[in-house]
Design a protein around this ligand. Structure first.
Ligand code: GLN
Length: 311
């Protein structure tokens, strides 16, 4: 049995007792209808020989939503290199994930790649010389390779609902197009973005997929995915921007890089040690998983994991 198992079981038991669970995202029926009592957690140690340990609903697939922005950024950096940073910034926004206010002041250059506007620019980079279908498949191929599971795919109904309701994302994309920061037709860029948000994965798959960020850019099989420097930089962005206007709070209460999504998932990275994933669909006021954030804090407290030093 994994040395993490008892801790994960304790976290799952504690989270099952929580009565305040938040409400699932309501903007599309596929997310609104998910049972808020669900909770899953998984830990993938950097030592690839050891499979992820897990507890609760760790094998139930959920919509990873904005957690996909980590994988999109990874691929875009491989394609565009540091030139990407001319089109998207690296500062926390302090605003909600779908905010448009800063774009006007900053001439269509989003604050960071983890807010929606930033991920839409990243989607535009991924579209270079490809059809939207090919760009989506590239992201899926990366994610499948990272978690070693060919079964990962997009939920077509979620993608269709995102496209139907995505007027704010359309506004962000059109504004950036007007400022010259998109190279492809807005609807194609959004097709890529919406499908990436609709990727469905379990906690166990997500923890395994994030292992390269804890392992200096290498997958379980020791294949390099990205350079150690890029892994470190992505972790820095997850810490400073991964929870939008609650990034400071997550750093304060959990103390590790993390990326959340409105599906209720959070990917966490403990450099040199493990990657972890939690899922609970009820959200707090900032659009991050309420129970998921609590679970991450409990896990960090129990294990001593932190990038800031001991408790
Ligand atoms: N699909 C969502 C959106 O674009 C993703 C946002 C999120 O997970 N925070 O609004």
């Amino acid at each position: 049995m994994s040395r993490f198992q008892a801790t994960l079981d304790a976290v799952a038991a504690a989270m099952a007792r929580e009565t305040e669970r938040g409400a699932p995202a309501s903007y599309i029926p596929e997310l609104a209808g998910v049972d808020p009592s669900r909770f899953g957690v998984a830990v993938a140690p950097v030592d690839a020989a050891r499979p992820p340990a897990a507890a609760g609903d760790a094998d139930v697939r959920f919509s990873i939503q904005s957690v996909c922005k980590v994988f999109m950024l990874t691929l875009a950096l491989e394609r565009a290199g540091d030139a990407l940073w001319r089109r998207v910034g690296r500062e926390p926004s302090g605003d909600p994930f779908n905010s448009i206010v800063q774009l006007e002041h900053e001439r269509g250059v989003p604050r960071n790649p983890f807010i929606n506007a930033g991920a839409i620019v990243v989607a535009d980079v991924l579209l270079a010389d490809r059809t939207p279908e090919a760009a989506i498949l590239d992201v899926l191929t990366l994610v499948r390779r990272l978690c070693g599971d060919e079964g990962v795919g997009c939920d077509a109904r979620v993608a269709a609902s995102e496209a139907r309701t995505g007027m704010r994302n359309r506004a962000l994309a059109n504004f950036m197009a007007a400022e010259g920061n998109l190279r492809h037709p807005v609807e194609q860029v959004l097709q890529v973005y919406f499908h990436c948000c609709a990727i469905a994965m379990s906690c166990r798959q997500l923890a395994a997929a994030g292992r390269y960020l804890a392992a200096a850019g290498r997958t379980g099989g020791c294949d390099p995915v990205i350079t150690p420097q890029r892994a470190r930089r992505i972790n820095a962005l997850m810490l400073t921007c991964g929870h939008y206007d609650a990034s400071g709070e997550f750093a304060f209460s959990v103390g590790i890089p993390g990326k959340s999504g409105v599906g209720g998932g959070i990917l966490g990275v403990v450099p040199g040690v493990a990657s972890l994933a939690v899922w609970s669909p009820g959200l707090n006021a900032k659009g991050n998983s309420l129970i998921g954030s609590k679970a991450m804090a409990m896990l960090a407290a129990r294990t001593g994991w932190s990038v800031f030093g001991p408790l």
